[in-house]
Design a protein around this ligand. Structure first.
Ligand SMILES: [Zn+2]
Length: 323
């Protein structure tokens, strides 16, 4: 049976006693550490890993564990798993653009067995650097809204989702070398919202992150074109991956998104009625694992705008578990 999850994600640089207290009082049971995405995601992941032994993180992990919280890493990692320095020696490991030129930018060539072998090896290494981690991993391909796929002769007929799933299988094989019960999320996001046709291997689950949804309209709103499109994909994705471990990664508290991923901070407003409606929809689809980005809500945010509505989020999420 799936381990239930009521969670939120924060940036590692926002970790502090302030967040510790907010998280522990909110009733959520899982916290995701999310090094920043975009084209520097492999650098923010490296930075997180090299600071892991620092006092701040060490304390945070200890306190969270003492309170029975699950702590997970959730990040775009492909350029870390296949270091870009390999490009000069092995251009065939990397993507071919539509114009026929190989590039080290974003992901890899999923038809390259050698590239996938490196990814598998480094996924096992990454898991070994995260001894606090549970079996559910969220190690995603690079953070790109387009230009994430390979157009070489062997790859060009494969959809973005089929290319992604081929890569995720290599990551999962590596994670399983470290712990045999590892599971890995297929991040449905941007180009990978459309269900893959490659059958997922044992241990793959759906991680549904509807980035193109409208956050001011209920996700199941039949009169909202954007949300209708996102939920049509969801039904197809659930057919492929099943409901058992499926997870929602939402944006209800994603102040980084609302701020356009740059300062200054804006005040976060949580629409509690919309959150309730969304949760009813997701629970109705069978989701027992639900989380949201909650970035750009650290101590600096609170100095300007006061305590963000984390308690309300945790309470409403908990209430939504009731049948
Ligand atoms: Zn290729």
């Amino acid at each position: 049976m799936a381990q239930k999850k009521n969670g939120l994600l924060i940036h590692p640089e926002e970790i502090s006693e302030y967040w510790e207290n907010l998280i522990l009082s909110s009733g959520v049971d899982s916290v995701g550490i999310h090094p920043r995405g975009g084209s520097i995601a492999h650098e923010t992941l490296s930075e997180f890993l090299s600071n892991l032994k620092s006092g701040v993180y060490d304390r945070f992990l200890r306190v969270m564990k003492e309170h029975g919280m699950e702590v997970e890493l959730e990040c775009h990692a492909l350029s870390w798993l296949l270091p870009r320095e390999n490009f000069d020696a092995h251009p065939d490991w990397f993507r071919m653009e539509e114009d026929g030129v190989r590039t080290p930018k974003n992901n890899l060539c999923p038809s390259s067995e050698e590239a996938l072998a490196v990814v598998e090896e480094r996924s096992a290494l990454l898991a070994s650097l995260l001894p606090f981690h549970g079996p559910y991993y969220h190690i995603w391909i690079d953070d790109t809204s387009r230009n994430g796929t390979c157009h070489c002769e062997r790859c060009r007929s494969l959809s973005p989702s089929d290319q992604a799933l081929t890569i995720y299988h290599a990551i999962l094989r590596g994670l399983k070398r470290y712990r045999s019960d590892a599971k890995l999320g297929f991040l449905a996001y941007h180009e990978t919202m459309i269900a893959p046709t490659v059958p997922p291997m044992e241990g793959m689950y759906l991680e549904y992150a509807p980035i193109h949804r409208r956050v001011d309209r209920f996700i199941g709103d039949p009169n909202c074109e954007e949300n209708k499109r996102e939920t049509a994909h969801l039904c197809e994705l659930l057919e492929v991956f099943g409901r058992e471990d499926a997870e929602v990664l939402e944006y209800w508290l994603d102040n980084s998104l609302f701020c356009g991923w740059k300062l200054p901070y804006k005040k976060l407003n949580l629409d509690e009625a919309l959150l309730r409606e969304d949760l009813k929809y997701y629970r109705g689809k069978g989701f027992s694992r639900i989380t949201t980005f909650a970035c750009f809500l650290g101590e600096d945010y609170a100095k300007e705008f006061g305590t963000p509505p984390i308690d309300a989020y945790g309470r409403i999420l908990k209430e939504s578990e009731e049948p």
